[in-house]
Design a binder for this molecule. Structure first.
Ligand SMILES: [Zn+2]
Length: 343
């Protein structure tokens, strides 16, 4: 596969540098591709949805015709992922070369939002909270602040060394590596996986490992970018091609996430198509049958492509920086900044 010159997403100079470096690693064989022919449900019947991601990196996106779960194939080989997350991921995705304690992986306020989503389900007393793929720990610290005055003990794990170091310096107990690094401090009352499960190369195995961190009453908060909500996401420009990244091995709907979690021994407590969801352990759980999901995903992507409502959202989104530049030129930078603060 070869990379296109244009990229679906506009990139900063830092992101361009990381993209070039990644393409170099792929073309010289430092990083390899791997094919994932079989879905988690066992089916090999699939439909090709895309041949590159938002950065114009040549990876495939396929939909399982049997269960509706989307996966990246061919994808970056699992054996190259530790190096990818340590050296490429943050520079390419967020344009971050050196994190600080305020660096967030998803968005500011995510820890408060998770606390509020879980609040009515939380047990009384002190809480032990762990986060998988916690970055610098900013989500954990926000969760703790939102839960005050209740005592909350924080634990996290993260693959990127620079994020681990910064999080530890901020006083949070962060281990370098995956969920297994948290086992000695388990069990936890709450386990957070915010924008993490879609990165697992072998999700069922990884989710089973995470299950070992809990007790029978543990709540598992799982948030992934739901494929059925792209029409509400300005961060993707309301477009499927900007939703895709080679870092995501699977793309979930609420029902394909619940089926994947069930394969690993979880049962859903609540969830929506964003996807925000809460699970608990249910070792006897079975994947719910979702015979219509593949058609629903295809119908949705077709609608996303053609809907006038989405086209208008897209046009407004793309016109905003252009209109801003014109106004700034006409009014001068100071007056423009003043007006933006008032708006
Ligand atoms: Zn499937």
């Amino acid at each position: 596969m070869t990379a296109a010159n244009r990229t679906p997403m506009r990139l900063s100079p830092v992101q361009h540098r990381f993209r070039e470096s990644l393409l170099g690693k792929l073309s010289t064989g430092v990083y390899e591709y791997e094919q994932v022919d079989r879905c988690l449900c066992g089916s090999t019947s699939s439909a090709l949805l895309a041949t590159e991601d938002r950065f114009g990196i040549p990876v495939g996106t396929v939909l399982c015709r049997s269960c509706g779960l989307c996966r990246t194939s061919p994808r970056l080989a699992a054996k190259n992922l530790p190096s990818f997350y340590n050296e490429v991921y943050h520079g390419l995705h967020q344009g971050i070369t050196q994190p600080d304690p305020a660096s967030v992986l998803f968005r500011v306020g995510q820890g408060r939002a998770i606390h509020s989503y879980l609040n009515d389900l939380l047990p009384d007393g002190e809480l032990r909270v762990a986060e998988i793929g916690c970055g610098t720990g900013s989500v954990l610290r926000e969760f703790q602040a939102a839960a005050a005055p209740r005592a909350v003990m924080l634990f996290g794990c993260e693959f990127a060394d620079s994020f681990v170091a910064v999080g530890r310096a901020a006083g949070t107990d962060i281990r370098g590596g995956g969920p297994e690094t948290l086992r000695e401090s388990a069990p936890f009352d709450i386990v957070i996986m915010s924008h993490v499960a879609e990165h697992f190369p072998r999700p069922v195995e990884a989710l089973r490992e995470v299950l070992r961190l809990g007790h029978p009453g543990t709540l598992y908060y799982v948030e992934v970018p739901g494929i059925m909500r792209i029409h509400r996401k300005p961060e993707y420009g309301f477009r499927f091609d900007r939703y895709l990244t080679l870092a995501h091995t699977y793309h979930f709907t609420l029902s394909t996430l619940a089926a994947t979690m069930a394969r690993a021994g979880y049962e859903i407590v609540r969830g929506d198509e964003e996807v925000r969801s809460v699970f608990k352990a249910e070792p006897r759980g079975h994947p719910a049958l979702t015979p219509d999901t593949a058609d629903q995903v295809l119908d949705y992507l077709h609608w996303l492509d053609r809907s006038w409502r989405v086209r208008i959202s897209r046009a407004r989104h793309e016109a905003r920086p252009f209109a801003g530049r014109i106004l700034r030129k006409a009014l001068g930078a100071r007056l423009y900044r003043k007006l933006r603060r008032l708006a």
